[in-house]
Design a protein around this ligand. Structure first.
Ligand code: T4K
Length: 371
């Protein structure tokens, strides 16, 4: 088999042609508006809301600050039910707001928060649920909504992986009270760094926009101890160009995901997630799960072997957030409470997937797994 010379990383950001970006930069250089709700920022909020078919979007400097602000705008306090199987930013946003994360196990099918286990974790201090659409696959949104309604809880979806995903023909961001997106370099839609909060009414958008700009209302009035988390004009300009390419990029990702499915289906001890039901996917990640006994090699041995061959997958999400220093002392971090998440975190490797990858490279990766 051919050796792969050039390293292949879990992802590689897609960028527009540099020449296309220059006219946008020229406009910024000319009008000298670099940030603070400039013209590209306004245009991207409008175009993105149309593209995603959601009522209101507030752009942010990154997804983490968007999460922190989403919790603040809804006045979330006390305890919040969330998943240990995510990027650490999900739970960090709670700690930044002095909120206690309460971890609930995940379901094995799509690795999302197990909605059947949420009710048992609700206490008198619970004010919200913070689920994650892990790898862009929709959570059990109807069930979560029902529980939230019954107990008077807010729902904020961490939709960092779910840009452009549709569920039952609607944007996944239409579910819950708020959804938070990330446009980090490693995401399906990137503005280098960036993020957004999607909300359903103008009054909430107004409050979010105050909070991301120090709490300023006008020039002299400050209504809240807001932070500075505004997206700047370069990010917004890039976003406008990225929107134009997004559908094509998702088509490319879809072809690559199908190639993986075909190439890997017969490898004993390697499994992957099913295609989600009623969903238009964005193919953000391609996680595989290694069963050591059947595959004959542990996840970490395979991870190293791939690296030796120039394939830099990532163990998203290992270790679990509940195993990290700031979280493991929590009662809900007890591994006995999180058995599915623990097993999945020990088996997962996200294989490379991005629009610039080609089928031949995927076949090589599959070849390494097959050897
Ligand atoms: N919620 C969830 C569920 C999230 O997954 C994330 C972020 C957030 C919230 C927070 O959103 P942001 O505040 O980030 O907007 C990466 C990202 O830094 C992080 O954004 C992402 N999740 C997480 C899943 O992955 P790392 O530490 O794995 O990134 P890094 O730098 O090792 O990049 C992975 C590979 O991508 C590199 O090996 C090469 C390639 N790469 C990366 C960058 C940054 C490039 O080719 N170019 C680049 O510019 O965390």
């Amino acid at each position: 088999m051919d050796e792969i010379k050039k390293p292949i990383y879990v992802t590689q950001p897609d960028l527009p042609d540099l020449q296309e970006f220059i006219p946008y930069l020229e406009k910024i250089w000319k009008n000298k508006i670099l940030t603070n709700n400039g013209p590209f920022h306004q245009q991207l909020e409008k175009e993105m809301a149309g593209f995603l078919d959601v009522p209101y979007i507030s752009l942010f400097a990154n997804g983490t600050l968007a999460l922190v602000t989403a919790l603040q705008v809804l006045g979330i306090t006390g305890e919040v039910i969330t998943t240990p199987y995510s990027f650490v930013a999900t739970s960090h946003s709670l700690l930044w707001n002095n909120i206690k994360p309460v971890f609930v196990d995940i379901e094995p099918e799509f690795c999302n928060l197990d909605s059947k286990k949420i009710e048992a974790a609700i206490t008198s201090k619970t004010t919200a649920i913070l689920p994650v659409h892990v790898y862009g696959n929709p959570c059990k949104v109807e069930h979560i909504n029902k529980i939230a309604k019954n107990y008077g809880l807010k729902v904020i979806y961490d939709a960092a992986h779910a840009f452009g995903v549709k569920y039952k023909g609607q944007s996944i961001c239409k579910f819950g009270d708020l959804s938070v997106l990330s446009f980090h370099a490693t995401k399906v839609f990137n503005t280098m760094e960036g993020g957004a909060v999607v909300c359903h009414d103008a009054a909430t958008k107004k409050q979010i926009d105050y909070l991301k700009n120090f709490g300023f209302v006008g020039e002299t009035k400050v209504v809240a101890p807001g932070i500075n988390s505004k997206m700047n004009e370069m990010q917004a300009a890039l976003g406008l160009l990225q929107l134009k390419k997004h559908n094509l990029n998702i088509e490319k990702r879809s072809t690559l995901a199908q190639t993986y499915r075909k190439e890997l289906q017969k490898i004993k001890g390697i499994s992957f997630l099913p295609e989600p039901y009623n969903t238009k996917s964005n193919f953000a990640y391609f996680p595989i799960f290694v069963d050591k006994n059947k595959f004959g090699m542990s996840r970490d041995e395979l991870y190293e072997k791939l690296k030796q061959n120039g394939i830099y997958g990532r163990r998203y999400f290992y270790p679990l957030i509940s195993e990290l220093t700031n979280y493991k002392k929590l009662n809900s971090a007890d591994p006995a409470n999180l058995q599915v998440a623990k097993r999945v975190a020990e088996q997962v490797i996200c294989l490379p997937i991005y629009p610039g990858l080609n089928k031949k490279e995927i076949k090589k990766i599959a070849g390494i797994l097959n050897k």
